[in-house]
Design a protein around this ligand. Structure first.
Ligand code: MG
Ligand code: ZN
Length: 397
């Protein structure tokens, strides 16, 4: 209920009332919609020992900036990732991560328009539109009106675009780049918005939101009619100009059970977009780092972080070959109030503690590499990321 108490007054009374109704529904129904919200049998797991170490990719990082202005942008969002999550992963992987290649760093303030502690809807919207909004909103303003997203702006500027996630693609983070909705849990409405864009590649879960719908429509058949290849396999050979790959009826499994899903999906999306020769914008989400925090489960958090770092390695390899790609790695917010109490870089052991089973307002890191990366230094609001990317691409917002 804290969301309701913390709402800032909105000038027009009617808007304020309708917002309250939306948020009340949100508070009542949220628990039943996301399994990670079920706290009945929650016991914190605060020790992790890594058994699956990965080597960072071998690249010459000077090759990443062959030009002064980027042609392509790859934006990684680690949902729920802040400094403790990065520290834990770094310790667990013996001090070596692909993230170590990034030399430009900033800190992003994540509060939303309605709450000091943001959710992923408002957090994603801040990054995707450059504007703060209320918690649970998807690329709409505090007036509930749609706000143009960076993916839509890139499409207008003849970019190819893509979204990759390890959650349902209708989930708050990917949704805030492609959909507009007053309320993040309107998954079936959000799925409809995938028909209204020209996004070239989408990989993630959530087939049910496209095919098992209250309105009886089969959105995947409709997407095929719009020129998409539709598949449930990342390895599908794509013949069409656009590709929607929904691997699971709902969320993809956790990192330890999904193998190379995220690195493979990232590779597939980058390869497909790069083939088109046009500039591209790709957002890749490590969706479940956050869920490890909600579950007070350090092994879950770190395994998701290590998986996310392997996907970052795939993008670094491409960027070093391409020379015109800006890569940004950031987060929408922290989750779990995680702190790291001890660790061992020789054995890959980490001891942590959670102070919360929800998001916290601590700042999150912004890592950048490649042409245009220097813009991301400093301490700033999360909304600045949107403007920095467009500025780097020389596009007027
Ligand atoms: Mg997310
Ligand atoms: Zn969360």
């Amino acid at each position: 209920m804290k969301t309701i108490q913390n709402i800032k007054p909105i000038t027009e009374k009617m808007k304020s009332i309708s917002l309250l109704i939306i948020l009340t529904i949100a508070a009542i129904t949220a628990n039943s919609q996301d399994s990670y919200m079920n706290k009945d049998s929650l016991i914190a797991k605060t020790y992790f020992k890594n058994t699956k170490f990965h080597e960072p990719v071998l690249i010459n990082k000077d090759e990443i900036s062959k030009t002064s202005k980027p042609k392509n942008v790859i934006l990684f969002i680690g949902d729920g990732m802040s400094f403790a999550q990065v520290s834990a992963a770094l310790t667990a992987n013996k001090g070596k991560l692909n993230l170590n290649y990034f030399e430009v760093m900033g800190m992003s303030k994540t509060s939303s328009a309605s709450d000091f502690v943001t959710d992923s809807g408002a957090g994603g919207t801040a990054i995707s539109t450059g504007k703060k909004t209320y918690n649970k909103a998807i690329a709409v303003g505090i007036d509930s009106l749609p706000m143009k997203t960076i993916l839509e702006i890139c499409e207008e500027n003849k970019f190819s675009t893509g979204l990759v996630a390890t959650a349902v693609v209708t989930h708050a983070t990917p949704a805030s780049f492609i959909a507009h909705n007053k309320y993040r849990y309107n998954y079936e409405e959000i799925a409809l918005d995938f028909l209204k864009t020209n996004v070239e590649v989408v990989i993630g879960g959530g087939r049910n939101h496209f095919t098992k719908r209250k309105d009886g429509r089969n959105l995947l058949s409709e997407l095929i009619k719009q020129g998409y290849d539709v598949s449930s396999s990342i390895d599908e050979k794509i013949k069409a100009k656009k590709f929607i790959c929904l691997t699971d009826s709902l969320h993809p499994p956790i990192a330890t059970e999904r193998g190379d899903y995220l690195p493979n999906a990232t590779k597939k999306a980058i390869g497909f977009l790069a083939e088109k020769k046009a500039p591209f914008f790709l957002m890749v989400e490590g969706s479940q780092i956050d869920w490890g925090g909600h579950d007070l489960d350090l092994p879950y958090v770190v395994n998701e972080m290590l998986d996310f770092d392997r996907a970052i390695g795939v993008a670094l390899e491409f960027a070093a070959e391409n020379g015109e790609t800006l890569i940004i790695v950031t987060a929408d917010h922290e989750c779990g109030g995680l702190s790291i109490l001890n660790g061992n870089e020789q054995t890959g052991e980490v001891w942590g503690a959670f102070s919360s089973d929800d998001h916290s307002p601590i700042m999150v890191p912004v890592f950048a590499i490649g042409p245009g990366s220097e813009k991301f230094r400093g301490i700033y609001e999360n909304t600045k990321i949107f403007y920095c990317i467009l500025d780097a691409l020389n596009i007027k917002p």
